[in-house]
Design a protein around this ligand. Structure first.
Ligand SMILES: Nc1ncnc2c1ncn2[C@@H]1O[C@H](COP(=O)(O)OP(=O)(O)OP(=O)(O)O)[C@@H](O)[C@H]1O
Ligand SMILES: [Mg+2]
Length: 249
């Protein structure tokens, strides 16, 4: 596989995305976003990148969070594991880190972007530009439900994402199905009129995967079968969007 001649550390994330598009018009850019801390952005971003890698794709994982959690996860991966190209977008001004930043393969089909907590509303329009899919994870708790409703409102009203674009998908994360708060979360999500593209149970498999630089799709099937089933609707939603985008590309 050939690598393109771009060194991404030299350019801003926005230009970076535009250049990626120029290199590969079929690249799908997936943004994982929710200004509420701890909702599962990094977990979803790393597991998605791992899924695409396990499919033989050469995904790009862009870490836009100064905490660097995705970057840390990526560094834990062993050489024999499927390649995920990392871009430490938050480190773009640091000369120290350039050696780690990689050249982006021209044939990468997916870019998964992990975003930080506390993204200000006014930054959202820039952030969602060029995103084909915006995944918003939300936890079953009163505080998280409230934060999620603000995030969706900001996406619709400030970033001007139209509902009919079908770019936003909500993921109910860390759910325990037989709880009252789970029922409240699902009732709230119904009122949003935004598709709920997955319901992920609370599972130690995510914690184990994060520790090892793995995603669920790279773990022993018998251990993660139930969790993998949770991912199917989200993967199908992304696949359908990919097709729709390619038709108009
Ligand atoms: N479905 C899940 N089951 C169990 N643990 C989970 C699940 N999803 C996430 N976690 C755990 O919850 C914690 C927070 O998740 P994560 O780091 O992905 O959130 P985040 O939104 O990226 O946080 P931040 O806003 O700080 O970047 C992590 O320890 C992660 O392993
Ligand atoms: Mg994170």
């Amino acid at each position: 596989m050939s690598a393109c001649a771009l060194t991404v550390s030299e350019i801003t994330p926005l230009l970076w995305c535009l250049r990626l598009r120029r290199l590969n018009p079929y690249m799908q850019r997936i943004l994982v976003l929710n200004p509420k801390g701890g909702s599962g952005k990094t977990t979803i971003a790393t597991n998605l990148a791992s899924y695409f890698a396990s499919q033989g794709d050469r995904p790009v994982l862009s870490d836009n969070d100064p905490q660097g959690s995705s970057t840390r996860w990526l560094k834990k991966r062993k050489p024999e594991q499927a390649i995920i190209h990392g871009v430490a977008a938050f480190e773009r001004n640091s000369r120290m880190t350039r050696a780690w930043q990689m050249r982006v393969p021209a044939d990468a089909a997916h870019v998964v972007v992990d975003t930080p907590a506390a993204v200000p509303s006014q930054d959202m329009p820039d952030m969602i530009k060029n995103a084909d899919a915006i995944i918003v994870p939300v936890l079953p708790s009163d505080i998280d439900i409230h934060a999620c409703s603000k995030c969706i409102a900001d996406l619709l009203l400030i970033a001007k994402v139209r509902r009919d674009e079908n770019r936003i998908g909500v993921v109910a994360n860390r759910v325990k199905r037989n709880t009252v708060i789970y029922q409240s979360l699902m009732r709230f999500l119904e009122t949003l009129r935004i598709p709920v593209i997955a319901t992920l149970r609370d599972s130690q498999n995510y914690v184990r995967a994060a520790e090892q630089g793995l995603g669920l799709h790279e773990m022993k099937l018998y251990a993660v079968e139930q969790d993998l089933a949770d991912w199917q609707p989200m993967l199908a939603w992304l696949k359908a969007k990919e097709g729709a985008w390619r038709e108009t590309a």
